[in-house]
Design a protein around this ligand. Structure first.
Ligand code: CA
Ligand code: CA
Length: 148
């Protein structure tokens, strides 16, 4: 019995026959012989079938502000003035005044998503929005000894 010419298994079908191969082998193009799958192919399969899910497309990935899709994962980030909470989803206002008085020379006032500087009475906020300079008082004098 020549096994129908099949190297491994011959399967009889009505009026015909076909060859099949043992597990781990695949049928050659001639329809009779079997050759072992290359190790490369076996390793490559899970990579070929790997498709990333873009979690950001559904409900922004649960991120309160910005969602960034990555291969096999995703991450949330926050707008300027906010920091990511421990749950890695929500964003909280940064109290800039806690660090170096927010850079303000006099008074720092924290706001949601921002902060602002202000100056003590008699001082004006400079154009850089951080420093304070002495206010110029214009006194009208009609003479050296009489000012109003
Ligand atoms: Ca992803
Ligand atoms: Ca703030």
């Amino acid at each position: 019995m020549d096994n129908g010419g099949c190297e491994h298994t011959c399967m009889n079908t009505e009026g015909n026959f076909s060859c099949s191969c043992n597990s781990g082998y695949e049928l050659d193009s001639n329809g009779f012989n079997c050759s072992g799958k290359s190790l490369f192919t076996l390793i490559d399969v899970p990579i070929l079938f790997f498709t990333d899910v873009n979690e950001c497309l559904i409900g922004n990935g649960g991120c309160e502000h910005n969602c960034t899709n990555t291969a096999g994962n995703f991450s949330c980030s926050c707008d300027i003035g906010y920091s990511l909470d421990n749950n890695l989803l929500n964003c909280s206002d940064v109290d800039e005044c806690n660090t170096d008085n927010g850079g303000c020379e006099h008074t720092c006032t924290n706001t949601v998503g921002n902060f602002s500087c202000s100056c003590n009475p008699g001082y004006l906020l400079e154009e850089n929005s951080f420093n304070c300079s002495g206010q110029y008082l214009f006194i009208h004098c009609s003479s050296l000894y009489f000012c109003m």
